[in-house]
Design a binder for this molecule. Structure first.
Ligand SMILES: [Fe+2]
Length: 287
C-alpha cells in the first residue's frame, strides 16, 4: 500500500500512516524559522552528536543494530511520523525550558494535532460534534482567564481541541467532520467561559507505524491519558499551550508522552443533569 492509498484508507479505518502524513503535511506548510546564530547551532549540534555517540559507546551498539536504526529512521520519515515521534518523546523537554520563565498556568506539549483558525465561538458555547459524540457523557468545562494579579481578562481566547471517544482528532482521521471537537472561544468581559463538550477517552498514539514499532520494541505501552488540549491567549499576555487531564484516569501517572503535571489534573463532578462539571482558571503571564 502506498502512503497515499493508506491515507485514503483512513476514511473508514484511521491508520498511523494516514494521521502521520496529515501531521507532516500540516507542519511542512507552516515553514518555520528560529533565527538561531551559527555559534548556538554549532554548540547544540556538537552536544547532541556527542550525547548520541556516547550512547553508542556505552551500550556497545553493533553494526546490525546501527543498520536497523538507519532503516527505522528512513521508515519514520516515509511514514510522515517525525512530528508524531518528536512531539511524543522530545517536546516535553522543550516545554520545560519555556516553563522555567513562567509564573502563570503550567504549560504542556502542543502535540501534532493542533489546527489554527478553528470556528469562532462565544463565551458560552458547545463544540462542534457528531450525533455519535452526543452519546458520550457531556463535559461542562468552565472557568476564567486571569492575569497574575487575579483580574479577569476580557478579549482572551481559549482554543480547545481534543480527541473523540475513539481517540481520533478531526483533520487527522478523514471520517470526522473538519472541525469536530475544536473551537476558538472568546471569553466574556470578566474573562469567563463555559464550554460544553464530551468527556474524552484515553487513546493510543498510532501503533501501526514506526513510532508504534519503537514503543513495542521496548515492551512499553503506547497510551496517553484522556486530555483536553488548550491554547489560551490574550492581547499583551504570553499565551500558554497546555493540556488538562482527569484525576484517577488511566495512564495519568504513566503517559507515553511524559506530558502530565500535577497542576493540570481536573476533578470533574457528575451533576444531577447527567453531565460532568469542572472548572479551571487560566493565569497568563505578561507578554
Ligand atoms: Fe492529544
Amino acid at each position: 500500500m502506498t502512503t497515499a492509498e493508506a491515507h485514503n484508507d483512513t476514511a473508514t479505518s484511521p491508520t498511523a500512516v494516514g494521521s502521520g502524513t496529515a501531521a507532516t503535511d500540516k507542519f511542512k506548510n507552516e515553514r518555520v524559522s528560529a533565527d538561531t546564530p551559527p555559534e548556538r547551532v554549532a554548540a547544540i549540534a556538537k552536544d547532541a552528536l556527542a550525547a548520541l555517540n556516547q550512547v553508542v559507546l556505552d551500550h556497545k551498539v553493533t553494526y546490525p543494530e546501527y543498520r536497523v536504526l538507519k532503516q527505522w529512521l528512513i521508515d519514520l520519515g516515509e511514514g510522515g511520523e517525525w512530528p508524531l515521534f518528536l512531539d511524543v518523546f522530545l517536546e516535553h523537554s522543550v516545554e520545560e525550558v519555556l516553563a522555567q520563565s513562567r509564573q502563570g498556568t503550567k504549560g504542556s506539549i502542543e502535540g501534532p494535532y493542533y489546527i489554527a483558525n478553528a470556528p469562532a465561538l462565544p463565551s458560552v458555547a458547545t463544540l462542534p460534534m457528531r450525533d455519535e459524540d452526543r452519546k458520550i457523557t457531556p463535559l461542562i468545562f468552565s472557568g476564567q482567564v486571569k492575569d497574575l494579579e487575579g483580574n479577569g481578562i476580557a478579549g482572551a481566547h481559549v482554543e480547545i481541541w481534543h480527541a473523540d471517544d475513539d481517540g481520533y482528532y478531526s483533520q487527522f482521521a478523514p471520517h470526522l467532520p473538519e472541525w469536530n471537537l475544536r473551537g476558538d472561544i472568546t471569553v466574556d468581559d470578566d474573562g469567563r467561559y463555559e464550554i460544553t463538550t464530551i468527556q474524552p477517552a484515553p487513546y493510543q498514539i498510532p501503533t501501526d507505524g514506526p513510532t508504534g514499532a519503537f514503543v513495542a520494541a521496548q515492551g512499553a505501552h503506547p497510551w496517553r491519558p484522556a486530555h483536553l488540549h488548550l491554547i489560551v491567549s490574550a492581547p499583551g499576555k504570553a499565551s500558554v499551550t497546555t493540556q488538562l487531564y482527569f484525576r484517577g484516569g488511566d495512564y495519568v501517572d504513566d503517559d507515553v508522552a511524559m506530558a502530565t503535571k500535577p497542576e493540570l489534573i481536573l476533578d470533574p463532578i457528575p451533576g444531577d443533569d447527567g453531565k460532568n462539571h469542572v472548572s479551571y482558571d487560566f493565569v497568563l503571564d505578561p507578554a
